[in-house]
Write a protein that binds this ligand. Structure first.
Ligand SMILES: *Cc1c(COP(=O)(O)O)cnc(C)c1O
Length: 425
């Protein structure tokens, strides 16, 4: 099946007389005829459901769809993108371990790593995704357990060289985890480029309609945990909390990671997505291959308009030939990158504030990557406690506008941006 067909049909095959649509199994628990039947589930001897804190059939059908779209072997939904990021790392790293991460990642992921997970005893080295081979090599330590990066960084829009980082990770016997939120599997499938685990904030384009917070983890099934037995004891030695099961032996390369993540982390931390939300996410997934090209086409036109406008001091969009990442974007995302653009308005912070005040179609929101065009001026909202010097040090220019181009008619979006720019002195 091609991607468009998977987006509609993968994950759920109705039998004769079954509902055509994925059913919402709104049930916390599941009934069994005998204790023995249920016991087999607890021992992971049989697959099935017993409690929605760990697994729910609606969620699993939707996860299976995303898994098919990414070309993976197993997947699970989580309650948020943050939970997906946390689980993807915590499933293979604990106290005393170390992770190499791209420095240009989503701010929430950076805080999770640099503050919260450090407090759990996990060490992180952040590398510039454009660093030299020597710098990348020097980032690895004997206790490194994974490499982490983002296909297109939110909000920096830096394109991550997946193949290069996959090679480096594999040379050190560790997997590459890629957050593919902004590209979506429609524009890039990191597993095809060597990534081992893919994560998503499904809150963004996958849901696509501002309706549900959610996340997903997909295993590419190509990383051989047993070949690096000492590095990943959680997968390669018996789990005493699960009757001595060794995940990598029992579930193989294709299933070990997600089974362990479900059986241990979901069991203990309970970051499950509500089945109703999984249902809504599925609606978004069905139209994702239609929506993504429209986002990219609209954003390309808006970026070109901005680049030619004399009230605009700079434009950052990987689809522009003037962009530093244009070639890399062409390699990994030949059909387009995403709908998010950042640019600077002349007149600095004041010019940007004037621009924001006059927008009518673009809505002011902290959100990005969905059907509605939305816009944010970090210096006067999310980052307003910082002065200009502090903003520049944080990599957020005082004049920076982040514009997430939706799927409205592009002429309306451009006309709105134009009239607001006209107000800037
Ligand atoms: C939003 C986002 C996240 C976090 O996802 P939530 O669903 O908000 O928890 C992670 N990674 C990227 C790239 C994001 O844009």
């Amino acid at each position: 099946m091609e991607l468009e067909t998977k987006a509609i049909q993968a994950g759920y095959e109705p039998k004769n007389g079954d509902p055509r649509m994925i059913p919402i199994i709104q049930s916390t628990t599941f009934k069994y005829d005998t204790s023995e039947d249920m016991g087999k589930l607890f021992d992971l001897e049989a697959s099935g459901y017993f409690y929605t804190r760990l697994q729910n059939p609606t969620n699993d059908m939707v996860a299976a769809k995303i898994c098919a779209m990414e070309g993976g072997t197993a997947a699970m939904l989580t309650s948020s993108g943050q939970a997906a990021t946390f689980f993807s790392v915590f499933n293979i790293a604990g106290q005393g371990d170390h992770i190499v991460s791209s420095s240009t990642i989503y701010g929430g992921s950076f805080n999770l790593f640099n503050v919260t997970m450090r407090r759990m005893g996990i060490d992180f080295t952040f590398v510039d995704p454009d660093c030299s081979d020597e710098e990348l090599e020097a980032a690895f330590k004997p206790n490194t357990k994974a490499v982490f990066g983002e296909t297109i960084a939110n909000p920096a829009l830096i394109v991550f060289d997946i193949e290069r980082f996959a090679k480096a990770a594999h040379a050190h016997g560790v997997p590459l985890i890629v957050d593919n939120t902004f590209a979506t599997p429609v524009n890039c499938r990191p597993i095809e480029w060597g990534a081992d685990i893919v994560t998503h904030s499904t809150t963004k384009y996958m849901d696509g309609h501002d309706s549900t917070v959610g996340g997903c983890i997909v295993d590419g099934g190509k990383f051989d945990w047993m070949a690096h037995k000492d590095k990943f004891p959680g997968l390669t030695t018996p789990d005493e909390s699960y009757h001595g099961i060794t995940y990598a032996e029992k579930f193989g390369m294709g299933g070990a990671f997600i089974t362990k993540c479900t059986a241990q982390l979901m069991r203990d931390l309970g970051s499950i997505q509500a089945p109703m939300n999984a249902f809504l996410l599925n609606l978004g997934l069905e139209s994702l291959p239609v929506r993504m090209p429209r986002h990219c086409e609209n954003a390309q036109k808006v970026a070109e308009f901005l680049e030619a406008n004399d009230k605009v001091s700079w434009v950052n969009y990987p689809g522009l030939p003037s962009n530093k990442y244009y070639e890399l974007a062409k390699k990994y995302m030949p059909n387009g990158t995403c709908g998010v653009i950042s640019f600077g308005v002349k007149g600095g912070r004041k010019g940007a504030e004037t621009f924001m005040k006059h927008l009518k179609v673009a809505m002011i929101a902290t959100h990005v990557a969905d059907a509605h065009t939305c816009v944010l001026h970090p210096a006067s909202s999310t980052h307003r406690q910082m002065n200009d010097e502090e903003l520049i040090a944080a990599g957020v220019a005082p004049d920076l506008i982040r514009l997430s181009v939706g799927i409205e008619n592009v002429n309306d979006i451009i006309a709105d941006v134009k009239q607001a720019l006209d107000q800037v002195e």
